[in-house]
Write a protein that binds this ligand. Structure first.
Ligand SMILES: Cc1cc2nc3c(=O)[nH]c(=O)nc-3n(C[C@H](O)[C@H](O)[C@H](O)COP(=O)(O)OP(=O)(O)OC[C@H]3O[C@@H](n4cnc5c(N)ncnc54)[C@H](O)[C@@H]3O)c2cc1C
Length: 400
């Protein structure tokens, strides 16, 4: 399977498309694939598709165990995203010939010390009030499920949250886009082009890095943490997005490792109040994450971040000391002030936002792509996305 985008100097490149998608992470790729399936002519512009935050992610599809006080509408969207994932994975595998690595073994959340256990109990009460499916377990029951857990783990909660392999997912999406006819242009968008008066702007296309214009009726902004840097947007359409660095570690189980899996399902936990997770893959890889750092556009992992992740993960699952260290990798999450995405029409007619997915872009890619396709082809924002209009931070109205 090729993951190389077609060069933009490829002969026969039209100068206009129905839709230009800016950014080829999991969000832009999903949108481009869906829009092409709806019969539209789509160009996707990205100098290095699939290698932004989507490459760094752990791939958890975790609405329940990510649930946070005061973020109930995001929880509902996340549950819709998780419910959509199995059919999305099957459609993607059929369209691309590549398996996105969906694992549905569930997630175990555990507590390390007494303070962590008290926090877990509070979370269980909160989940019960919201009707979330969480099964309480003693430390012994947790170890029966995951025999390699540390002996001092005090108890846990079992949830249905699943995971997908984020890197296989973007590879499958690139293949699905190429096979369905998306024009993949390996360059950057320098500028969003508009026409009309300040009170009545309409998008007319984009200008590429070499100055070449591409005309289009619709432009989808899916440039992740870089979305607010795009030139040409009026002030009230600049998305309220900032980069939040996250580092993950990739460890590999040695092939001859005592004939045992070190972990069968996603393990999350708090260690002296700090959150850590371990996500196992089919091939023996274990992803350990993740830091949350306000460091601007610096995407280099720090020694301190790596140390904290290893320190906390090892207290929950001591056996990770024996795994092979493969890499430490950081990405920039596109974060918003309320931790929820920005999806839908903007103050500029034809300009659609699909960004700001923060910690949940892999989870929310399928529902985001469905919504963007509905906005572009039917001028309708599906109910599930109504609360996530980009206008909630601009105090502006969509032009009639
Ligand atoms: C460490 C870490 C762990 C995570 N774990 C999870 C998880 O377990 N589950 C989950 O659901 N989410 C997780 N996330 C969040 C998830 O990765 C993001 O929400 C998601 O990848 C965002 O996708 P995106 O397509 O918006 O952005 P990106 O993947 O960052 O893609 C943006 C793309 O835009 C391109 N671009 C930028 N500027 C331009 C331009 N001017 N012209 C053209 N292209 C441009 C970039 O090259 C890039 O490829 C995690 C994130 C991190 C960092």
């Amino acid at each position: 399977m090729s993951t190389r985008p077609t060069s933009m100097t490829a002969p026969g490149l039209p100068d206009s498309f129905d839709v230009v998608v800016v950014g080829g992470g999991v969000i832009g790729l999903s949108c481009a694939w869906r829009l092409t399936e709806r019969g539209l002519g789509v160009a996707l512009v990205d100098p290095d598709p699939g290698h932004g935050a989507s490459w760094a992610a752990a791939g958890m599809l975790a609405p329940t165990t990510e649930a946070s006080y005061g973020e109930e509408s995001l929880l509902r969207l996340g549950l819709a995203g998780a419910a959509r994932w199995p059919s999305y994975a099957a459609e993607l595998a059929a369209a691309s010939g590549c398996d996105p690595g969906l694992r549905e073994q569930g997630t175990l959340v555990v507590a390390h010390d007494a303070g962590d256990k008290a926090e877990l109990d509070r979370f269980a009460d909160y989940g019960a009030r919201l009707g979330l499916r969480l099964q309480s377990m003693s430390g012994q029951e947790c170890r029966r499920l995951e025999p390699m857990l540390a002996p001092d783990v005090r108890g846990g909660l079992l949830a249905a949250d699943s995971s997908a392999h984020n890197r296989l997912t973007v590879a499958a999406l690139i293949a699905a886009c190429e096979q369905s006819g998306v024009r993949m242009l390996a360059t950057t968008v320098e500028q969003i082009e508009t026409t009309g008066t300040a009170a009545n702007l309409r998008v007319s296309g984009v200008r590429l890095a070499d100055g070449q214009p591409l005309r289009s009726e619709h432009v989808v902004v899916a440039a992740g943490a870089w979305s607010p840097l795009l030139a040409g947007l009026p002030e009230d359409a600049v998305p309220a997005v900032r980069p939040v660095r996250g580092t993950v570690l990739r460890l590999m189980t040695p092939p001859d490792y005592r004939g045992a899996e070190v972990l069968t399902r996603t393990l999350r936990g708090t260690v002296a109040g700090a959150h850590v997770y371990l996500v196992p893959r089919e091939d023996g890889e274990v992803v350990v994450g993740a830091t949350m750092e306000e460091a601007g556009y610096d995407d280099r992992p720090t020694a301190g971040g790596v140390w904290e992740l290893l320190r906390d993960a090892r207290l929950l699952l001591p056996v990770i000391s024996e795994l092979t260290f493969v890499e430490a990798w950081s990405g920039l999450r596109p974060a918003t002030p309320d931790n929820a995405p920005l999806v839908g029409p903007t103050t500029v007619a034809g300009l659609v936002m699909a960004t700001g997915h923060g910690r949940n872009g892999i989870l929310l890619a399928p529902v985001t792509a469905d919504a963007v396709a509905a906005v572009v082809t039917e001028d309708v924002v599906p109910d599930a996305l109504q609360a996530f209009s980009p206008l909630r931070f601009s105090h502006a109205q969509v032009p009639a």
